[in-house]
Design a protein around this ligand. Structure first.
Ligand code: DX5
Ligand code: ZN
Length: 247
């Protein structure tokens, strides 16, 4: 199983296919593959958990041969249990479910793990960050939503920043290695704000796809996030040696 680690790449950029031209998914995937992005973020919406529909495992399967990008599948679905295996077979590398599913979360995490995929857990803006705490030692990726899920192109919600700070604190205190991902309204400015609080993985849809030169845009976003991370508030109190080893 491919487990993402912070030493592997300090900052990961994950363009979201939701912002692509839906008539040209294969071409858009190849465009991401040619950029400097490491991951492709795939938003799966069921019209029930969120008020929108996107695409399913057949689309992911069709895109899989087009790149070696890490496929980061974000399930915004009320019944993810029926979708885990189809997405695993279609080529997902990580599958993220939402903590708002409540008592089913533990079992879903176990199912994703048994499919030998990286496990992600997402939390919506109105949901307390405390809800994810019991699962932190069981996941590879914590997705802190920075907009209410359902649509691309929304404005970043600044009130989510303290959740990133809290997640980073727990991660350090408990010596855990899950990545801290942010999703929604991410651009160089907002990505920098999140990086300052400890985010290391940045989903970006409309900001990246609207650029003519995605490679340049990905590099600029990574630079902004890396620099903000190095000087971030979460680094205060961390000794120079440790800071150096993280850069
Ligand atoms: C929102 C999705 C996001 C979305 C981000 O429900 O989970 O991944 O595509 O798009 P932007 O970057 O446009 O907010
Ligand atoms: Zn998403």
């Amino acid at each position: 199983m491919r487990r993402p680690s912070t030493s592997e790449t300090q900052v990961i950029i994950a363009p979201s296919l939701l912002a692509a031209d839906f008539g040209f998914f294969q071409r858009e995937t190849e465009r991401v593959a040619r950029s400097d992005a490491e991951w492709l973020h795939l938003d799966i919406m069921d019209g029930h958990f969120v008020p929108n529909l996107s695409f399913g495992p057949d689309v992911v399967e069709a895109l899989r041969p087009r790149s070696s990008l890490f496929f980061d599948v974000h399930l915004m679905c009320s019944k993810p249990d029926i979708l885990l295996q189809p997405f695993a077979i279609a080529g997902a590398d990580a599958i993220t479910i939402h903590v708002e599913l409540g008592r089913r979360v533990e079992d879903l995490i176990w199912q994703i793990r048994s499919l030998k995929k990286n496990v992600g857990l997402a939390v919506n803006p109105p949901t307390s960050i405390d809800d994810v705490q019991p699962y932190l030692d069981k996941i590879d990726l914590l997705l802190i939503m920075t907009v209410n899920p359902g649509f691309g192109g929304q404005s970043f919600i600044e009130e989510t920043l303290p959740k990133i700070q809290q997640a980073y604190r727990w991660k350090q205190e408990q010596g855990l290695s899950f990545r801290i991902q942010v999703d929604g309204g991410i651009n160089q400015r907002t990505g920098g704000l999140c990086a300052q609080e400890g985010a290391d993985t940045f989903v970006s849809g409309s900001h990246l796809f609207r650029q003519r030169n995605m490679k340049f845009a990905v590099r600029a976003l990574r630079k902004a996030c890396s620099e903000a991370s190095s000087y971030g508030t979460h680094m205060q109190g961390v000794s120079g040696d440790i800071q150096d080893s993280l850069l």
